[in-house]
Each structure stands twice: as C-alpha cells, then as structure tokens.
Design a protein around this ligand. Structure first.
Ligand code: PEP
Ligand code: MN
Length: 339
C-alpha cells in the first residue's frame, strides 16, 4: 500500500502515521520527493482499510498495490485448486456439468430429469428446494420435502446433488444431505451466512456472483468463507444486471478470465440464469467452455412449458444431450475433457 502525503505536511504528522503503521506490524519506507512525501507500506495490509488512513487531512491519497484478499489470491497459491464434490473433481482437466430443474416439483420429475441428464454425461444434479423468489406470492420451493426428492433422485442415478441454502439454521440439514451447497446470487453478500458456512461445514460451496457485484466483491465473499474455515469454494458467474433488458442478465464471460487470473478457485458458468432464454443457453455454454470455465450449471426440465419456475430458460433433455456432444468437441480444442 502506498500513502501520498500532501505538500507541506508537518514532520510530526508523517512520524505519527509511520509509527501507527509500525504498530500494525508494517515496515514503512519513506520516499522524499520535491513536493510530496510517499510512504510505502511493506507487509500484510489486508486488514488495513485505505479509507481509515485517508481520514488524516494531510493524506493526499492512498493506493492499494496488493488485492484485499489473501486466501483466495492466486499470488499465494499459484496452482489451481481442485475441489472434490463427492468424488467429482471440479477445477481439474475435466469439465463438470451440473444439470437439473430450477425447482424440485415431484419425485417423477426429478427422477426423469436425473435419468436423462445422467445418460447425457452430467456430473451433478441440481434442483431448488428453498427458492429465493422476487415475489412473496411466487412458489417458494418444496423445502425439506423437495430436498428429500432431490437426494433420492441423486442416489438412484448416482449423481451428487447441488441445492441452494438460504438460512443459517439449515446448515446441519445441508451438511447431512447435500453434496455441493449453493449460495445464490441474492445471498452473495449475506456475510453472516458466509461466515456460518465457513465455520459450520466443510462441504464444498458453490458461490454465485451477486446481481450487481464487482469481481472483487465476489472474490471477497469467497474470502469470507475461506477465512472462516472452509477452503472448498467454487465460483459461479451467472450474469449481472446491466442496462440491457433483452436478456434476463448480461453474461460476463470476461469475469471468468478475471476470476481465474486473480484466484486459484474453480470458476463455472450458469448460462441459464444469465440469458433467461432457452435458445441462448447452448451457445453461451459453449462460449463459457471456450474461454476456460471449469464447468457449467444448466437448467434442464422434462416439461419446460409447465415448469413451476424458470421454464423459459430450461433446456429439454434432448437439447441438453445434443449440447453435451458439442461441448465434448469444444473441450478437446481447449485442452479439457468431458469424460
Ligand atoms: C438458482 O440457481 O436456482 C438461482 C436462483 O440462481 P441465482 O442465485 O444465480 O439467481
Ligand atoms: Mn432458476
């Protein structure tokens, strides 16, 4: 971190700041210019907030050199992290594909979708039991009953299961039944939830990017989970809110490249919630693998026209099967594999 002092700052003020930084265990290197004095802080500055230093009236500006996150930072962990989800490796050479409906509806629906996506080569089964809906009058999910349907379909089709957690009090239930615990876009900055899943479980966490979160904010949320004790975090880009209305969200594929450069965590892409339109999902999924995503999360429904949630962005099993065939070719071109 670099502190630029204003022209004519009294010596005493420079000494005061230097001593304060020294107390925090930082070494201070002073550079005297013609007009300005620059203080270079050497050491671990993650817990130093530049805004706290800027409070001093003699401080011109404060600049971070290092990122404010450490445990998620690739600088301190140069190799890719490979996260194990009930035997499925995410972040290695193989592409992981999570597929399933938006919401869990019935045993028959879950079993049919699970059977189909398994046949096509999906590696995990998704389905929402606790749904974060914009309207309180929309279907809120089948809750515990739905979770059991997901677990059953996963077991019958040998697929690990992924579902979203919304509250701290359900951590023990998820710890017992869920293989990959999803934190949805709307809860990405629910810091109490992030800390609790960091402390309360070592099950892997799928952290979706918030609707209007910057890449740094998204990584800071991963940092919360890791710093609280759970290093098993997978990032998921799912589209961000922009001025564009044609699509549900704007898929930010450059975020995949950025997150993979800045962190060592696996990054997957959810083209379904990004586009909101089923006919865009296949091409966006291919693009995601082409830019280097470690996997995908795709909504698949056996009867999208009658789905209880997000039918418009769900693929039918046949289309999903075709997509998986296409993805095999693309993954090979980019040096990855699907099976
Ligand atoms: C979901 O995956 O079911 C979901 C609600 O996604 P998001 O949190 O990205 O909106
Ligand atoms: Mn959905």
């Amino acid at each position: 971190m670099i502190i630029v002092m204003k022209k004519g700052t009294p010596e005493l003020e420079i000494k005061k700041i230097s001593e304060e930084m020294g107390k925090r265990g930082l070494q201070v290197n002073e550079i005297r210019g013609l007009n300005y004095t620059i203080l270079g802080l050497i050491g671990d500055t993650v817990s130093v907030d530049p805004r706290d230093i800027s409070v001093n009236v003699y401080v011109e500006k404060v600049m971070r050199v290092e990122e404010p996150y450490k445990r998620a930072n690739r600088i301190f962990h140069p190799e890719n992290s490979v996260i194990d989800v009930a035997g499925i490796k995410v972040g290695g050479e193989k592409i992981a594909v999570i597929a399933g409906p938006c919401s869990i509806e019935t045993n028959e629906q879950m079993d049919e979708v699970a059977r189909e996506v398994k046949k096509s080569g999906a590696s995990m089964l998704r389905g929402g039991a606790f749904k974060p809906r914009t309207s309180p009058y929309s279907f809120q999910g089948l809750k515990e009953e739905g979770l059991d349907m997901l677990v059953e379909a996963g077991k019958n089709n040998r697929l690990p299961v992924v579902t979203e957690i919304m509250s701290i009090d359900r951590i023990p239930l998820f710890e017992e039944k869920v293989d990959l615990i999803q934190v949805g876009a709307r809860n990405m900055q629910n810091f109490e939830l992030l800390k609790a899943i960091g402390r309360g479980t070592t099950k892997p966490i799928l952290l979706k990017r918030g609707l209007s979160a910057t890449i740094e904010e998204w990584i800071m949320s991963a940092e919360y989970i890791i710093a609280s004790g759970n290093p098993n975090v997978i990032l998921c880009e799912r589209g961000i809110r922009t001025f564009e209305k044609y699509t549900r969200n704007t898929l930010d594929l450059s975020a995949v490249l950025a997150a993979k450069k800045l962190t060592h965590l696996p990054v997957i892409v959810d083209p379904s919630h990004a586009a909101g339109k089923w006919w865009m999902v296949e091409d966006l999924a291919k693009a995601a693998i082409a830019v280097g995503a470690d996997g995908l999360m795709i909504e698949v429904h056996n009867d999208p026209e009658n789905a209880w949630c997000d039918g418009a962005q769900s693929l039918k099993p046949k289309r999903f099967n075709n997509l998986m065939e296409e993805l095999k070719k693309i993954s090979q071109i980019v040096g990855r594999s699907m099976d």
